[in-house]
Write a protein that binds this ligand. Structure first.
Ligand code: 0PR
Length: 388
């Protein structure tokens, strides 16, 4: 630390110079992010309420009321207006909380959780932190293989996990089928709709034939859904919803000393941004169903256009027809790692999975970004002589 402070101007200059190395969403090069430019209105609301610490909830009774509204609105979107839950820091915190609560409620010895090998890596963190054995099932055509569930269930199983909008391809697991099996064995399901939660209901409303994934399915105990992904809210904003209030009580602790006089919320973080709640509430109200439908529809139209362009390129293999605004592809001639490196050399940020590269067509991606990407890809694929 300097002995004396530096002038604001020098600091701002230094920030703009140093942060110019960061990629930004307008560059058209970020095709690998499930986050996007936050909505301008939510951004301004967020910065107006920076001081709010929901870690001492009794101080913020108004903010708590807004949180209840958020959970009611999101719960209604997920077919259960009476759900309980919280606005949290993101999908990882929500997924850890879901497993934490399932473990505490079940009280089984040596608890086990059944999940697909394609489930998000936050479940590995949860398993490690909570001492859970993860029973990992290989996928069938990039989705949870429901035919393997019955054999995987033991007297220690406490939960199974389905994903609605998978990290690698944006696909929906057969959660209805999982729900039928799990009802037979009385094993509840946690649905990770971290990405798909703000997409699937709106695409369904547009007439897309997508399967049920939410509280309509009786075995679904909890759902993760992230406003800071397709909800377009500022980071950090996640949400975890439980079917029953009881599930939330299993991870709530009494602490008498907080200055507002209420016990802390049953989340992992202590001090945490009330501004997330305020901005999510504002955005849900500003956008309404029509606003989110429009966003999901326009991302999907662009994804379908990209799909059509990619399938027309000789030597490009699209992994599966996109169900939402995520698309996986590879080259039939160049190794994935080489293709990924070549695109990175051209400034593109694209997620690389063992079987494919992933493109996420978020609201910041425009038609001209897609055209430029296709042009670059065609050039990169034609660059046969180079090995990197
Ligand atoms: N569940 C699913 C299905 C996810 O895809 C993710 C993250 C999470 C849970 C965890 O959410 P948080 O990151 O909010 O804790 N999905 C993105 C991914 O891993 C996260 C991401 C976002 C990665 C932006 C890169 C990036 O630039 O791809």
């Amino acid at each position: 630390m300097n002995v004396k402070g530096i002038s604001r101007n020098r600091i701002l200059n230094s920030l703009s110079r140093r942060l110019s190395e960061d990629l930004n969403f307008e560059s058209g090069k970020i095709f690998g992010s499930m986050c996007t430019e936050p909505h301008n209105f939510a951004r301004s609301v967020y910065s107006a309420y920076l001081e709010k610490n929901i870690g001492d909830p009794g101080l913020l009774r108004g903010t708590l009321d807004l949180e209840r509204d958020c959970i009611r609105i999101i719960g209604t979107l997920l077919s259960h207006s009476k759900a309980s839950g919280h606005i949290v820091s993101g999908g990882t915190e929500a997924n850890v909380m879901a497993l934490w609560s399932a473990r505490n409620e079940s009280r089984k010895e040596k608890p086990e959780v059944i999940l697909s090998s394609l489930a998000h890596h936050s479940f590995k963190k949860a398993g490690d932190l909570l001492g859970l054995r993860l029973v990992v099932i290989p996928p069938d055509k990039h989705r949870f293989d429901a035919s393997k569930i019955s054999n995987a269930i033991t007297s220690h199983t406490i939960l199974m996990i389905g994903t609605a909008g998978s990290t690698d391809l944006g696909l929906i697991d057969p959660i209805q089928e999982m729900s039928e099996i799990s009802s037979r064995f009385q094993i509840p399901i946690h649905v990770d709709a971290s990405f798909g939660g703000f997409v699937i209901p709106f695409l369904k409303a547009r007439g897309s034939d997508l399967p049920d994934f939410d509280f309509r399915l009786k075995a679904v105990r909890s759902i993760t859904i992230d406003p800071h992904k397709m909800g377009m809210a500022p980071i950090p904003s996640g949400a975890l919803l439980f079917r029953n209030r009881r599930a939330l009580d299993t991870i709530s602790y009494d602490t008498d000393y907080l200055s507002g006089g209420l016990k802390p919320r049953g989340t992992i973080l202590g001090t945490s941004p009330g501004a997330s709640i305020v901005s999510v509430w504002s955005l849900l109200n500003l956008m309404g169903q029509e606003g989110y439908k429009k966003t999901a529809r326009s991302c999907m139209r662009l994804t379908e256009y990209l799909y059509q362009r990619l399938t027309g390129i000789d030597g490009v293999v699209v992994i599966s027809k996109p169900e939402m605004n995520v698309l996986g592809f590879r080259s039939s001639r160049i190794k994935i790692s080489v293709l990924s490196r070549r695109l990175r050399n051209k400034g593109y940020a694209i997620s690389t999975f063992p079987t494919h590269l992933r493109l996420v067509i978020m609201p910041h991606v425009t038609r001209s970004h897609v055209e430029l990407f296709i042009e670059t890809l065609v050039g990169v694929l034609a660059n046969k002589g180079r090995s990197n």
